[in-house]
Design a binder for this molecule. Structure first.
Ligand code: LLP
Length: 422
């Protein structure tokens, strides 16, 4: 579900014409819909209303502070993986006691920052991390609330680069060794065990692997309690998929997910933490880009856009499918041809779609790359010295630039030629 629709032959975000934003902001840019973000958050959190639950939006999916502030106003907490994300969450007004700190490579300075802030929980993914966190907390005279991230050795059935729950992945502690590690954690003066944590992957299209993982986690909670640990929280991570392709099967609905969560871990008397990212932001954003040239070469039609892999890397990195729609609505009976939509970066991998059946577009036309609200702007770079992509937030008939495009002077001012270089 989203709020990017054609009205009188022109794509709008809610009540604002995309072409009008393009005039004001220039292309490429990301455009987000407040109504879509709000609806996704409310549908997801509403599914868990009957349970003692806390939704900690996964900041990595879309970390713009305006997006975070909107979600904070709706009651969301945050799942963070760095001090940078901690600072964003704090700036957006998310209280520390609604922030969980995940990630496999927390550094000492980041632990210090999160302990000073008083975050709700550290999701710890290895014994060396546990031991460092203990040392830092003891030195600060504090006790770190910890859930150990368990690797349940379950195949999430998703893209290999975003699958995290198999024993060969770098994430989490083997579930077969968890009891022993909890035993050692309990003896550490700077560690307070509060719960268990799991996250098996992203863009999951089927609940079965999640159900297997949560069942294992539930069994573990019972064993840990038998061992004398106090387990009050179960963090289930994120991972629910969204539709990218029109023919994709409907991904699991939040209410089906909540029913499965209730069935697997709902009776353990724990608070349930959820870390959705893509589900909230994915279909709430598009990348708007303009056609620079149309190049016909032999059989192929290349549409060269002013957006590129540096703006949205998912197609190049994961072979991900994103729908591409002209901003001006094509006539319903318009012929479709096979088009390669590519960017201007000097790599063959700078391709958004290969041989995509699509209506013809011309130089100067705007096209929208759909479902780009999650893992879009956050993964953008300035490769080829292309300015970082700006972001725009729409709310009904208003829009605001929520990250502006840096100018070239700003970009070059960050660099310095040492005086010993001739
Ligand atoms: N919690 C943890 C510990 C995570 O590692 C992630 C995502 C999430 C929550 C949120 O998962 P979501 O609900 O968004 O699936 N760049 C990739 C996705 C990487 C996901 C990394 N972890 C992509 O563009 O598909």
């Amino acid at each position: 579900m989203h709020h990017f629709n054609y009205v009188d032959g022109q794509m709008q975000a809610e009540d604002v014409s995309i072409a009008e934003i393009a005039e004001a902001v220039q292309t490429p840019f990301y455009c987000y819909s407040s109504a879509t973000l709000t609806r996704h958050y409310q549908v997801f959190s509403g599914a868990f209303d009957a349970m003692d639950s806390l939704v900690c939006y996964s900041v990595k999916a879309n970390s713009n502070i305006a997006v975070l502030r909107m979600l904070a106003n709706l009651g969301s907490g945050a799942d963070i993986v760095s001090e940078g994300e901690l600072r964003r969450a704090q700036k957006a007004g998310i209280p520390a006691d609604r922030i969980v700190f995940s990630g496999v490579g927390k550094q000492e300075s980041e632990m210090r920052a999160a302990l000073s802030a008083g975050v709700l929980q550290f999701n710890v993914a290895s014994e060396p991390e546990l031991s460092l966190l203990n040392d830092v907390a003891v030195e600060m005279g504090l006790c770190a609330p910890v859930a150990l991230r368990i690797n349940p050795d379950v195949d999430a059935g998703t893209h290999e680069k975003i699958s995290t729950g198999k024993s060969e992945n770098k994430f989490g502690l083997p579930w077969t060794e968890a009891r022993a590690i909890y035993g050692r954690a309990a003896d550490m003066a700077g560690i307070q065990i509060v719960g268990v944590d799991v996250h098996i992957g992203s863009q999951l299209s089927d609940l079965t692997p999640l159900e297997i993982a949560f069942t294992r986690l539930g069994e573990l909670v019972i064993l840990l309690r038998e061992d004398g640990h106090i387990i009050d929280r179960i963090d289930l991570g994120g991972g629910l998929g969204i539709p990218y392709h029109p023919d994709d099967p409907e991904p699991p609905r939040p209410d089906e997910y909540a029913t499965m969560v209730q069935r697997t871990v709902g009776d353990l008397g724990c608070q349930i933490i959820l870390e959705p990212g893509r589900l909230i932001a994915g279909n709430a954003g598009i990348l708007v880009t303009r056609v620079i040239y149309v190049k016909e070469a032999g059989e192929r039609i290349f549409v060269i856009l002013d957006g590129a892999m540096n703006d949205l890397v998912r197609p190049s990195l994961y072979g991900a499918y994103h729908q591409i729609q002209p901003v001006k609505e094509p006539p319903t009976d318009a012929d479709k041809v096979s088009i390669d939509f590519v960017g201007p970066v000097c790599e063959s991998g700078d391709t958004f779609a290969t041989q995509r059946l699509s209506t013809r577009v011309e130089a100067g036309d705007l096209v929208a790359i759909m479902s780009a609200g999650a893992y879009g702007a956050v993964m953008a770079s300035s490769y080829n010295t292309r300015p970082l992509t700006p972001e725009v937030l729409v709310n009904e008939d208003k829009f605001a630039i929520i990250r502006r495009r840096p100018d070239y002077d700003e970009i070059l001012a960050q660099e310095h030629i040492p005086n010993w270089v001739e």
